[in-house]
Design a protein. Structure first.
Length: 317
């Protein structure tokens, strides 16, 4: 009787925990997207949310017909494209067409049933460029995991890339044995929503050096978790990346002799700046800058400084 009662109490506690932590109560489809901001485009694996800021919107008569190669802003592992909101208009005012987007599983993009490997995300980037009829060489800006996506894309399609900017790039993904437990059949949904997502939400505060100055950060970051499939996508992504070393990819990137800029937040706890020494050895002649008073998201915390450095770099050569 005691064992039965204890089992019942445990079961009820688990159910209550699941419902308390499960925030996925909305769906993404054509109907719900009618009331959401931004633009949407269908690719082979689902619908992608993107924003586009055109240089022509800010040009005067003298600057017309001076539009430079398009800038593609590639997000990181867990945050949606809102992290680029303080950059996109400033870059457009500097005569660049600029596109930001959400990876599948994040933001307002679909959550397809996929392995969410880096190759899957590289494919998404290529299909997005094709769907937007962007066939000339672009400037790729990659943040954290997005830097690894940018690197792989460039290795596959070097002629489609003009210049590259890497911010706090992912070099080696952490090895997390606990993820194997999260992938246990029948437990995946429960564990990803009650353990993995809360952990990601908690870690997100460490992305900023001074979170008190960005009071909307946690709210903006958490919006994506209300749409069904987000937890599953994040688990798949984490599992696909686990322990992966991108050092050989950066080494090959350095051999392409593409102009590359490297920006790193001095107080990054996720990708410590000490790792910059490793990557600068792989990228000869890289334009490297440390961003003070910033952690994992220098473009978000120190937008004015980062915008100025990116524009200066992109205008060279």
């Amino acid at each position: 009787m005691f064992i039965t009662m204890a089992t019942l109490i445990l079961s009820i506690s688990i159910i209550i925990l699941y419902f308390l932590r499960n925030k996925e109560n909305r769906v993404l489809n054509d109907k719900t997207r009618m009331h959401l901001p931004g633009n949407f485009i269908k690719l082979s694996n689902g619908t992608v949310h993107y924003k586009i800021e055109k240089a022509i919107n800010y040009q005067n008569e003298e600057s017309k017909n001076k539009i430079k190669p398009t800038i593609i802003l590639v997000p990181g592992f867990s945050a949606a494209s809102f992290v680029w909101d303080a950059n996109i208009k400033t870059l457009a005012k500097a005569d660049f067409n600029v596109v930001s987007f959400d990876f599948f599983g994040r933001g307002l993009s679909d959550r397809p049933h996929s392995d969410y490997s880096l190759e899957f995300l590289v494919q998404q980037l290529k299909e997005l460029l094709d769907a937007l009829n962007i066939h000339d060489a672009v400037n790729l800006v990659g943040l954290a995991m997005g830097a690894a996506v940018v690197t792989q894309f460039t290795l596959l399609y070097p002629r489609r890339v003009n210049k590259i900017i890497l911010l706090d790039p992912l070099i080696i993904a952490p090895h997390q044995p606990a993820l194997k437990i999260l992938k246990t059949p029948l437990l995946t949904s429960f564990l990803s929503k009650t353990i993995l997502l809360p952990k990601i939400q908690q870690q997100a505060l460490k992305y900023l050096h001074e979170p008190s100055r960005h009071t909307q950060w946690q709210q903006e970051f958490s919006k994506q978790s209300q749409y069904k499939g987000h937890a599953r996508a994040m688990l798949k992504s984490a599992s696909a990346l686990m322990g992966r070393d991108f050092t050989p990819d950066y080494e090959k990137l350095g051999q392409l002799n593409k102009p590359i800029q490297l920006l790193w937040g001095r107080y990054d706890q996720t990708m410590p700046i000490s790792q910059s020494e490793r990557i600068t050895k792989l990228l000869p002649n890289v334009d490297f800058h440390t961003i003070d008073n910033a952690a994992h998201l220098p473009n978000y915390e120190q937008a004015q400084e980062v915008n100025a450095k990116m524009i200066s770099f992109l205008n060279k050569y």
